[in-house]
Design a protein around this ligand. Sequence first.
Ligand code: HAM
Length: 431
Amino acid sequence: MNIKGIRGFKDLLPGEVEKWQYVEAQARRVFGLFGFAELRIPILERTELFTRSIGEATDIVGKEMYTFLDRDGDSLTLRPEATASMMRVHLEHGLFIKEPVAKYYFIGPMFRYERPQKGRTRQFHQIDAEIFGVQDARADAEILAMLMRYLRTLGIKNLSLQINSLGCPTCRTPYKEEIKNFLLSKRESLCEDCQRRLETNPLRIFDCKKETCQDLLTEAPVVLDYLCPDCREHFEQVKSLLQDLNLSFSLNPRMVRGLDYYTRTAFEVVAGELGAQNAVTGGGRYDGLAEELGGPPIPGIGFAIGIERLVLLLTEKQHFFKHPEVFLATLGQKAQKKGFTLAQDLRDGGVWAELDLEGKSLKGQMRKADKMRSPYVIILGEEELNRNRAILRNMATKNQEEVPLEEIAGRIIDRTKGTGDVGQMADKNER
Ligand code: HAM
């Protein structure tokens, strides 16, 4: 076959997919504890939605969007993130009227034309959560508490939460002037992109990956020192609430996030072992976004977790690699027939039952049961069948017992009830 997949667009195969199912199921469970409802948004949006919200001067809008004209000549874009779309949905459907305070989450693919590398793809996936309608610092602390609880649930260690405050337009305008003045004398040493950024949005210079530009910024003023009294008070409250919740964090005054809509609290969760692409989550407050999109003033705060990066950090394999609860091994045609219907009875009882469909020998079937790590095997042989019996083998202890045929399904169903439930395993993990 010579048609290949597209660079930066990955196929997910069995063996990997289980990890994704696990992290998605856990997100639904943990976010449910905080009352978040799922939103499903389209993959395509009008380009304007992103240029207006993320900002023209950002790398995402300037270099990374998959934008094209459709057959009607409308400019459409494959969504590079979910926050703007979620706010659009909230406004367009008047949800804010019924639910002035709304908590939504979303899971799905995003698209950015970036250079693929470890932890960075062109189609990537996010788990995104947003709270709309609350300005109070408790919303900031609540969303961070949910995020950190979720990551803890997955058993991921060595993560660090970094926070900053980016202020509001009132405090940011003089700050932008300040940073511009600071860099004007060094203009010639900035890269071409940053020279442009100096005019359009000097804050974006902090996003530059070039070492020379970053070096110039080491002495630069930071926005934290320019916060107005209201923004300062808000940030103090956020920090104090995080301390009340025993959530450790560090201040990163140089973190500006790569999207223009942020105001006040901004944060990232970084994992050292991810290498260059170390941010597993990014988020923050965006109190001006709703108005930017033509709606009433609706404050908001949220985060997005990159699933590709998240699964790279998973270590506790036992939580996502599942195995059949019982394997049916049969010898002879009569037994094969019986095994076939018995498997259905077991599934009726909620048990994952596997059986051989290839006509393997009994030895071959036992080998397969072992390979699939099934804890029990029901062996149906002709001789046992004639006596209305089956053999139940415990694969760990190698113990075998004869069980009357009419009891065998019930026995397995009773034994396996309550196991394999993702929710219960995660609870154990969280404690
Ligand atoms: P972001 O920082 O652009 O924020 O992306 C969030 C996360 O998505 C990153 O921390 C990373 O884990 C993942 N990510 C981003 N780009 C890629 C890529 N090319 N390949 C793999 N993973 C990637 C946002 O998108 C905001 N909408 C977050 C937010 C929600 N702010 C408020 N609410």
